[in-house]
Ligand binder design. Sequence first.
Ligand code: PMV
Length: 331
Amino acid sequence: MGKLHKATARACANIALVKYWGKSDEKLRLPVNSSAAVCLDKLFTRTTVEFLEEVGEDAVEIKGGFLSEAEKRRVSQHLDRVRALTGVKKRAKVNSENSFAKASGLASSASSFAALSLAAAKAAGLNLSEKELSILARQGSGSACRSIPGGMVIWQKGKGDSSSYAYQIFYPADWKLRILLVLAENAGEKSVSSSEGMKRALTSPYFALALKEAKRNVLLIKTALSKNDWKLFGKVVEDECFRLHILAMTSSPSIVYWQAGTLNIIHRLLLLREKGIVGFFTIDAGPHVHVVCQGKDVAGLKKGLAGVEGVERIVDCKVGGKARLEKKHLF
Ligand code: PMV
């Protein structure tokens, strides 16, 4: 067992390009299909962990936010995984801050559990490899495994716990990839959690077909990247967006994550595309639209999307880096 000390980590959120929307193992958070994602530099979580107290409970706080008892328990369960790996018995103090609002389809659980995994492992004296950290993060929240390597990533489904993790993949540098996060109004906290949504996905009559499509789309996105095929890349991204939302809308009971603004944004993007200003849309479990685009189209897209009814604001992101340790602590 290594020496205990205070540790702080920072991890970016990620937006899925090929979606994760169904688990084959609830407890281990193993996905039914491999997925792909890109990390977002402007959306991140910073978390400080220190194992301090011999007895009592973990003290978990989020700066400027509120955590329910269930959420605190989920953090404690994750700390238990780290304690089990190291033999550390002490309770921890955990402080966290997000650069964005949690639980409105902005993948805060991904950045949170990635930052928590790295900070807690370090605080407990563990030196995990990137692969081991990705596996640990996945056990806390599936999509969090993709926030460990940073950049553009594939989360390989794997055959079990030890082979289900994310790794970085190459994308053409000349794309100068950007992601415009277009926030829809009236988002609030999302109505149905992704965990619940994924359980319900199994009730969709289209589930088996959607799974087949996901497998095909992982292969297609790899082809698009290796062949520098922007059009194919965009086609897969948008097909995958609809795949998730069709599953959600046809689940029992059905889930509609979109708001009026969501559809307005899609229509505006299609119009702009006809004029040669290209941005591909994708949407997670919430109403906001992530527009994946090339650097050359950013100005045109921002101008074209400004003033669309139901749009709150636009956050212009570059591709985010890997989860990393920081010297400045939160307490
Ligand atoms: O890891 P979770 O439970 O936050 O799942 C997130 C699932 C989506 O963000 C909706 C899709 C994805 O692939 O990230």
